[in-house]
Design a protein around this ligand. Structure first.
Ligand code: ZN
Ligand code: ZN
Length: 463
């Protein structure tokens, strides 16, 4: 007994140096944290609270300001440090009335919604002949004389994929189609929604006018209505549509990023930035786009906070004004580009299960990537590429050469609801949401404590 006491007294200074608070968590500890997160309720609580108590959060509006207040109160209550809002100004566009109908040859109504930054018709609407194209490429090569004075319709159908890559490809119709149509003299454009469901919900989304282009009314039809218009056009008779879209630009308004931190032990080790976006489209409560993104990352950061002070500061950002053009991400880059970001990651593809772990890191960091991949494997997550990873709001920072992780979610059903009135809380599966929190917790536990540099990585050309 005496001997044992002596032994522990002699070990005491060593134990102090290797105190659990000051060491990276062991694989067993990471495993335990990951598995405890499979019972997480906080991500659901945040998603449910934000969508219920605030609802839709269009960028630059009073509703987004209320969402920032909600976020600040919540993050403070959860015990985060340095909770603050960084505001910025931005131009704001708001939806008006929206109606579309076939006047001839087969009079009937179609389900339409305006795309972000759409121009407006008069309150009575405009009537013109419809010219249809199967793809953006077909519109690009069409002569201006064939398009002039008409309503352009582009019916480029998006296909659902697990990694959501269909959105980038087919989304070109929404992003570039309106400017191309306007340049060729079209009076308006309607596109097949960039979505994968067959409900009569058109999908909105942002588009920006190319330099020198005068805005025209630009809308999206639901998929069943796009099919219907295609069938009507195939009958070969001239088709006349009446389109009424009355959105308005309400000038410069304020938006902002909400920031909170779990302070780390060593400021020189850099910041691990995680988050999602706080704003949503106006059509729904933005449950999967992107209340769940801020909820998942915040819930995981909270778990790291409770496990003891990490080596690196974890900074959680609830970005503002993502939907309408990444204003929050760009403002963050402008303010914080000179700070050391060790690694960054974003959750913005819904709340279905994570299936792959992608990274963009230096060769020296690959053993840590392997360690994270090993911790994620029991959740059904595979190791993805180590030379590419991204996210919307973090895109500008990532492109500047900051090491990036991506926990890729299964997007197979995401684009059924994305940017429609159907993006509501009931679409969130609590079990899959917990798998997300568990994956983020394991990743953060390792990334916030690993004594390695994740960079440098070369900058990539911005998209
Ligand atoms: Zn989003
Ligand atoms: Zn979105």
């Amino acid at each position: 007994m005496k001997k044992l006491l002596f032994a522990s007294a002699a070990l005491a200074p060593l134990l102090f140096l290797a105190s659990p608070i000051h060491a990276a968590p062991t694989p067993d500890r990471v495993e335990a944290m990951r598995d405890a997160a499979l019972k997480d309720d906080l991500a659901w609580e945040i998603t449910e609270g934000l969508t219920t108590e605030v609802g839709a959060r269009p960028a630059g509006t009073e509703a987004e300001a209320r969402a920032r207040d909600w976020a600040v109160a919540k993050l403070k209550t959860l015990g985060f440090a340095n909770v603050r809002v960084e505001t910025f100004d931005m131009p704001v566009w708001v939806r008006g009335e929206e109606k579309a109908e076939i006047v001839a040859p087969f009079p009937q109504k179609l389900a339409v919604t305006a795309l972000g930054n759409s121009g407006a018709t008069s309150p009575e609407g405009l009537s013109a002949e419809v010219i249809g194209f199967d793809s953006l490429a077909d519109l690009e090569v069409a002569s201006a004389t064939s398009v002039k004075g008409k309503i352009v319709f582009v019916s480029h159908g998006m296909v659902a994929t697990q990694d959501g890559s269909g959105y980038g490809y087919y989304g070109g119709v929404r992003r570039a189609g309106p400017s191309i149509a306007a340049r060729k003299g079209a009076v308006a454009i309607v596109i097949r929604s960039i979505g994968t469901d067959y409900h009569r919900n058109p999908h909105t989304g942002v588009q920006r006018w190319a330099d020198g282009v005068t805005p025209i009314p630009a809308g999206a039809l639901s998929l069943p209505d796009a099919d219907q218009l295609q069938r009507i056009l195939k009958r070969g008779k001239p088709v006349t549509m009446r389109l009424t879209l009355t959105p308005r630009n309400i000038g410069t308004q304020q938006s902002g990023n909400v920031i909170a931190e779990v302070p780390g032990r060593d400021p020189k080790a850099g910041i691990v930035l995680v988050g999602g976006h706080l704003d949503s489209w106006d059509l729904a409560t933005g449950a999967i786009d992107d209340a769940t993104g801020v909820a998942i990352t915040t819930a995981a950061a909270k778990r790291i906070m409770e496990a003891g002070k990490p080596l690196r500061t974890i900074r959680v950002v609830w970005f503002g004004a993502e939907e309408v053009g990444l204003f929050g991400g760009l403002d963050y880059l402008a303010r914080h580009k000179d700070e050391k970001h060790a690694v960054i990651a974003e959750s913005d593809l819904g709340a279905d299960r994570i299936f792959r772990f992608d990274s963009k890191v230096s060769a020296e960091a690959l053993p840590v990537v392997a360690e994270i991949a090993q911790a994620l494997a029991p959740l059904g997550i595979v190791k993805g590429p180590t030379d590419r990873a991204g996210g919307s709001d973090i895109g500008p920072l990532s492109a500047s050469g900051v090491p990036t992780f991506e926990l890729a979610q299964d997007a197979t059903r995401y684009f059924d609801y994305h940017h429609t009135p159907d993006d509501t809380l009931d679409k969130v599966d609590p079990e899959q949401l917990r798998q997300n929190v568990a994956a983020w917790t394991a990743m953060l536990a390792i990334a916030a404590n690993a004594p390695v540099e994740f960079g440098p990585v070369p900058p990539t050309p911005s998209r």
